[in-house]
Ligand binder design. Structure first.
Ligand code: TPP
Length: 386
């Protein structure tokens, strides 16, 4: 990978102005749907896998669109849309082996999708009806992290644990395990993330740092986070960094699979910068028109992750109009299911906040729960007397 032309000052221009300079990254599928075959990332995918990627991307986009609409209808407190980042998340998620463990941000709905979490469980979190959403042990997926960057340090710690438990470099494909740590471009400025890089490097941990550079940390453009391309940070910590076209599901899949394999073999961490764009708002509380340069969204719409796969499926006769219509119908059905599931999420009992404090029963938690029950019933008694 060559570098971006030159580091820019904090007030410099955006890196991808419409019609601006080309970004150098690993790409297997051009925006026109032409297949490229870089020697370092050989990838042969059969027709079913290709169609599977398409299905994932379309259904994920529908889930995300429905969730955004549900928030607008007052059914969710907040939603963090992933529009535009589908290929990055599906490519990484599908590269995981079942035993691998992933640490998501709060925008990783593609990862929950790939790890088999019911969309309703994700919505329960954003509806304020759940403190977690799913059982991490069931899905090998940690809970969402809203405190930026914390999960990256947790991922390094987890990777250290599996390394010391002997789940790395044994040569047994069912035993060797890798960890995927997801974060955004803004998170790379956090101390936690840089501390995780240090630990991962010096202990040669089986972790893949997967950074989705969606160009913004809320309204802060990437140029104010780094004067060099993010993937180049890795070399300063002593492990490889690679930039991949984050809107190319095949490239993200190939690069992430390669890095996860490397980690499982005991060859240490890799930093992946998936170069993409958040086409929606940061969250439903944000208005990107206040900080997005004119024409930028339209530029990235030309690079849409789903459109290029449609082109490739058509070119290779792997998908036709009938197939696309089938998936569209499945997406409609998913939309109905998601809306109904969201509206029927039960309100949790207040005392359920004690349920997951510890995995095992704990005397202090039992005492707190008992006190809380008594406290609640004191209102009932007071109400009855009045
Ligand atoms: C420690 C911490 N600081 C600040 C925030 C507020 N905050 C929420 S999202 C966000 C930007 C994160 O940007 P990035 O890491 O690029 O991820 P993206 O939201 O673009 O996916 C910030 C600053 C937070 N949640 N946690």
């Amino acid at each position: 990978m060559s570098d971006l032309a030159s580091p820019r000052g904090p007030a410099g221009p955006r890196s991808v102005p419409p019609g601006g300079e080309a970004i150098d990254f690993v790409q297997l599928l051009t925006p026109d749907g032409a297949r490229k075959r870089p020697a370092e990332y050989p990838l042969d995918v059969d027709a079913d896998t290709l169609r599977g990627f398409y299905r994932d991307l379309v259904l994920l986009r529908r889930f995300d669109t429905e969730a955004t609409a549900l928030q607008r209808h007052g059914e969710l407190g907040l939603w963090a849309p992933l529009l535009g980042q589908e290929a990055a998340q599906i490519g990484a998620g599908r590269a995981l082996a079942p035993q691998d463990f992933a640490f998501p941000t709060f925008r990783e709905h593609g990862l929950t999708w790939c790890r088999g979490v019911d969309p309703a469980q994700v919505l329960a979190l954003f509806r304020g009806a759940s403190l977690g959403g799913w059982d991490p042990a069931v899905h090998n997926l940690h809970l969402y992290s809203i405190v930026i960057g914390t999960q990256v340090l947790h991922a390094a710690g987890y990777a250290m644990g599996i390394q010391r438990d002997g789940h790395v470099g044994t040569g047994d494909p069912a035993r060797d395990t890798a960890v995927l740590a997801c974060f955004g471009d803004g998170a790379t400025s956090q101390g936690d993330v840089n501390e995780a890089f240090v630990f991962a490097s010096v202990f040669n941990l089986p972790v893949v740092f997967f950074c989705q550079n969606n160009q913004f940390a809320i309204s802060e453009p990437n140029q104010r986070q780094s004067r060099i391309p993010l993937y180049r940070r890795a070399s300063g910590f002593g492990f490889p960094g690679v930039r991949v076209d984050g809107n190319d599901v095949l490239a993200v899949y190939a690069v992430t699979r390669d890095a996860l394999d490397r980690a499982r073999r005991g060859e240490g961490p890799t930093f992946i910068e998936a170069y993409t764009y958040r086409m929606g708002a940061h969250t439903t509380s944000d208005d990107p028109s206040r900080y997005r340069p004119t024409g930028e969204l339209e530029h990235w719409q030309q690079l849409d992750p789903i459109d290029r796969l449609v082109e490739y499926l058509l070119l290779t006769q792997t998908g036709d109009e009938r197939y696309f219509a089938e998936i569209a119908a499945e997406a409609d059905a998913l939309g109905v299911r998601v809306r109904e599931a969201c509206r029927s999420i039960p309100n949790p009992l207040p005392e359920s906040m004690f349920d997951h404090v510890h995995v095992e029963p704990h005397a202090q938690v039992d005492a707190d729960r008992a006190w809380f029950r008594a406290y609640q019933s004191s209102f009932e008694t007071a109400g009855g007397a009045a």
